[in-house]
Ligand binder design. Structure first.
Ligand SMILES: [Zn+2]
Length: 273
């Protein structure tokens, strides 16, 4: 038998094997060595992601699954194979050429982005923060409708601030409530005053003396559990980041915050990002 014929595709070298005759339907020769080779190449093309289906048994005997897989393969390359969709592979044909390439070339999988920017704060919380439901006071799990979306830059800033806070006060995590809805949308029934749209708003609880999350973290101005000194420190940390524009909160003893109706039990933080 003569030697395989070398060829080039996209700068890569391949070899076109020599066949005794056609493999597949009709009056194909179906020499057992050819059939074995085609079955094996089809399996490689399957493994490389060019076609989907079940791997063939390498028998060397032509059968229906082999013919069907040849047709499937031919239909997967309509532009290149054109009329070669008849269920057989001829020597030196385009189908054979494409089969050689497909059996040796993986379909590139989508490259995964190592740290895609997030626009959602995890409901499970993270270092220095937990999530609570403004409706029930419980942790997020108790209220699936929590507004958890913000701009990726706002999420990153909040996560970083919480991590800094965690270094100072590990037993006093920041309770984070509503942000914006998906795609930065507001919800006027939930936030009649502002809607909470824009993806740059985060509601946060004032600090409690004992720390803790869920209903343990619930407090408001004037309550025994309310810790003004810690809350004031949190406010200063937020402003010092240079990323916070406004904080609405009703404790007039804390520098920098603004009074707004309904803000005794949470700080409404507006980021400048
Ligand atoms: Zn708010």
């Amino acid at each position: 038998m003569p030697n395989p014929i070398p060829f080039q595709r996209n700068g890569r070298f391949f070899q076109l094997p020599v066949m005794y005759g056609a493999v597949g339907l009709g009056n194909s020769l179906n020499h057992f060595q050819d059939v074995r080779m085609i079955q094996s190449m089809l399996n490689q093309a399957l493994a490389n992601g060019h076609i989907s289906g079940t791997a063939l048994s390498i028998t060397g005997a032509i059968n229906v699954p082999t013919i069907q897989l040849i047709q499937k393969f031919q239909q997967a390359f309509p532009a290149f194979l054109g009329r070669e969709t008849k269920g057989f592979v001829l020597p030196e044909s385009k189908t054979l050429t494409q089969l050689v390439i497909a059996s040796q070339t993986k379909i590139p999988t989508q490259p995964s982005v190592p740290n895609p920017p997030k626009d959602q704060l995890p409901g499970t919380g993270g270092p220095g923060f937990y999530r609570y439901s403004p409706r029930t006071g419980e942790n997020l799990a108790a209220d699936g409708t929590l507004m958890s979306s913000a701009k990726p830059a706002v999420i990153s800033a909040m996560v970083e601030l919480a991590a800094q806070w965690n270094n100072r006060h590990p037993s006093h995590p920041i309770g984070i409530g509503d942000m914006s809805g998906p795609d930065g949308k507001g919800d006027w029934s939930r936030h009649p005053g502002s809607g909470h749209a824009g993806g740059n708003i985060i509601d946060v609880r004032p600090m409690t003396k004992n720390g803790g999350s869920g209903n343990q973290g619930k407090t408001q101005i004037g309550a025994n559990s309310y810790d003004r000194a810690l809350t004031s420190e949190l406010v200063q940390l937020l402003f010092q980041s240079g990323k916070v524009k406004t904080i609405l909160f009703n404790d007039g003893q804390i520098k920098g915050v603004h009074f707004a109706k309904g803000h005794d039990d949470h700080l409404h933080i507006v980021f400048s990002l």
